[in-house]
Structures are given as structure tokens and as C-alpha cells.
Design a protein around this ligand. Structure first.
Ligand SMILES: Nc1ncnc2c1ncn2[C@@H]1O[C@H](COP(=O)(O)OP(=O)(O)O)[C@@H](O)[C@H]1O
Ligand SMILES: N[C@@H](CCOP(=O)(O)O)C(=O)O
Length: 291
């Protein structure tokens, strides 16, 4: 038997659509695996009643298949599905690490990235690696083509999750198919600023570097109260605000002392818009842990 805890992640960070990601210190999924003749899956935890246990439809089934590692897989969900906090990626990454250990495959964390990404293809139609990379490697990651660069960072963050479901597949359908050169230049400037901010552990640069004008506004439309939540977070000390992954979670970096205040302001603003929410006071942290 092998047990792995894998973290929630936040992808895109505004300017790094399908490229940037960070591992968060909470919430987490815990996955236990035991060798078996064929793969079976058992789900418990947050939102588990909405997740299929059929290995053809659950992300961990694709991971077991890619590693040729049939197992009985127990998943205790801490990361709510359809949250924008990499729920499917947390399970995929945890299963990849656990099955790699169970079957002594000897693959490195970097080599497990494309394998865990096979799970993402099951739910969003594309094997994007921007959630599984930080879930496996920790820190801030840049997933570009087949390569991944990871940097340790410890930026304080608030991830506010409203009681709205937005599936990644639906949120990908609203992404514009083209952008003006002016917007491309703006995004490049933001992305470079954000990357430097992560390397310097500077929340001000990270917040500034989240600003993006193409994908984020289209996705914000799917989140009731987004504009008010954004304003409230900035007034409370957030250095930037963006949609976490495909949404509906909203992500705000801030200096450490402001985190509690930012979290309360975001929850209150969602409540004023008639939406219940939960704010995770978190920070950029490490990747999946094998017990
Ligand atoms: N092990 C799993 N954990 C979470 N979601 C899963 C899992 N397996 C399949 N899914 C499906 O993936 C979808 C959630 O993934 P996604 O929309 O990408 O959410 P998130 O933004 O939280 O990653 C749901 O439809 C869920 O049923
Ligand atoms: N780059 C993807 C990231 C989806 O993240 P999730 O946490 O919402 O699954 C996208 O933006 O579609």
C-alpha cells in the first residue's frame, strides 16, 4: 500500500494561461493505492458524490493506465471538484506518485508530469500540465510545450471559493480565439513581471503581473460577484486579483499581515452578491508528499 497527499493548485495566475501554476498548502487530496488485477476506485470527501468511480471517467483511471499499474485506488477529496483549484489535478498527481512507488517504476517527478496530465485530458479534453506540474513539483511552475521549470516560492495568497460550479471544459469554451497585438504585448509584460515576483518572493510584483485582458475578463463573466470581490480584495490590501484556473475560485496575493483581512473582505463581497463562499488563507507551497 502507498499513500500520497497532493495539494490544490492555482493555474494561469492571469497572465500565464495554460502555462503558469502554483501549489497551495491547502486544501489537499489523499490517495491510497494497493496492487490489484484491475483498477477500481473508491471516493470519499468533499464533492465525492459528484465524481464517477468508473476508471474510464475518473482521472486516476487514466493515470493507472498510463503507468500500466492496475490498483485499488481510494481517494479522499479535500479539493472540491469544479473549483478552479486543480481538484482533478490533485488526484492525478497523487495517484501518479503513489502508483510509481507501488510498482517501483522509478520515474522522476518531472517524468510523472505528462503521465498525470493524461488525467486532465479525461475531464477537460486537453492534457494541459499547468495544474499537475505544481501539484507534483511544488512552488511556481512554468509548463511550456513538453518542458517544466519549477521555482520555490512562498507568496501569501487568499483563494476564495464560491458555491458556484464552473467546469473547466465549459470555461475553456469562452476563451477568445484571438487577441490584439496590444493585448499580447501587455500579457508578455505582466507574465515577465509575475515570474520575477515569484523568484524574489515579492507579492507586489506577483499581484501586478497577474493583470491580463483577454482570458480573465471572459471567465470573470461566469462568476457572480467577481468585480465586487475584486474591488473588495484590493481595498483590503491584495496586490492583485485574478480568476483561479478556470474558476470559480478567485485568487489574491497579499502581504502576510493582510491575508486575514483580504479573506474576510472577499467572503463578504460574495455574500453581498448572494453567493456563499469559503476563503482559504494559503501560500505557495510544496508538491505531493509520499508517506
Ligand atoms: N479524481 C477526481 N477528482 C476530481 N474531479 C474528478 C476526478 N475524476 C474525475 N473528475 C471530474 O473532473 C471534473 C472536475 O475537474 P475540473 O473541472 O478540472 O475541476 P477543477 O477546476 O477543480 O480541477 C468533474 O467533472 C469531476 O467529476
Ligand atoms: N489552464 C487551465 C487550468 C484549469 O484549472 P482548473 O483548476 O480550473 O482545472 C484552464 O484555464 O482552462
Amino acid at each position: 500500500m502507498q499513500t500520497v497527499r497532493a495539494p490544490a493548485t492555482s493555474a494561469n495566475l492571469g497572465s500565464g494561461f495554460d502555462v503558469f501554476g502554483v501549489a497551495l498548502d491547502r486544501p489537499t487530496d489523499v490517495v491510497r493505492v494497493e496492487k490489484a488485477d484491475r483498477t477500481t476506485i473508491e471516493m470519499t470527501g468533499v464533492g465525492s458524490q459528484y465524481i464517477p468511480e468508473d476508471p474510464e471517467k475518473n482521472v486516476v483511471g487514466a493515470v493507472a493506465e498510463a503507468l500500466d499499474a492496475p490498483a485499488h485506488i481510494q481517494i479522499d477529496k479535500g479539493v472540491r471538484p469544479s473549483s478552479g483549484l486543480g481538484s482533478s489535478a490533485a488526484s492525478s498527481a497523487a495517484a501518479a506518485v503513489a502508483l510509481n512507488a507501488l510498482y517501483d517504476r522509478g520515474l522522476s517527478r518531472e517524468e510523472l508530469v505528462p503521465i498525470a496530465a493524461e488525467g486532465e485530458a479525461v475531464v477537460s479534453g486537453e492534457a494541459h500540465a499547468d495544474n499537475v506540474a505544481p501539484a507534483l513539483l511544488g512552488g511556481f511552475t512554468i509548463a511550456r510545450g513538453g518542458s517544466v521549470t519549477a521555482v520555490d516560492a512562498s507568496i501569501p495568497l487568499v483563494a476564495c471559493l464560491p458555491e458556484i460550479a464552473v467546469s473547466t471544459r465549459d470555461a475553456r469554451a469562452v476563451v477568445p480565439t484571438s487577441a490584439s497585438m496590444e493585448d499580447v504585448v501587455h500579457t508578455v509584460g505582466s507574465a515577465a513581471t509575475l515570474a520575477v515576483g515569484m523568484c524574489r518572493d515579492d507579492p507586489a510584483l506577483v499581484g501586478l503581473g497577474m493583470d491580463e485582458r483577454v482570458v480573465t475578463p471572459a471567465r470573470a463573466e461566469l462568476i457572480t460577484g467577481y468585480d465586487a470581490v475584486r474591488e473588495a480584495a484590493l481595498d483590503a490590501g491584495a496586490t492583485g486579483v485574478t480568476v483561479s484556473g478556470a474558476g470559480p475560485a478567485v485568487l489574491a496575493p497579499c502581504p502576510d499581515p493582510d491575508r486575514r483581512h483580504v479573506a474576510a473582505a472577499m467572503v463578504d463581497a460574495f455574500a453581498d452578491a448572494g453567493v456563499e463562499s469559503r476563503a482559504y488563507q494559503t501560500r505557495v507551497s510544496g508538491g505531493a508528499t509520499l508517506y
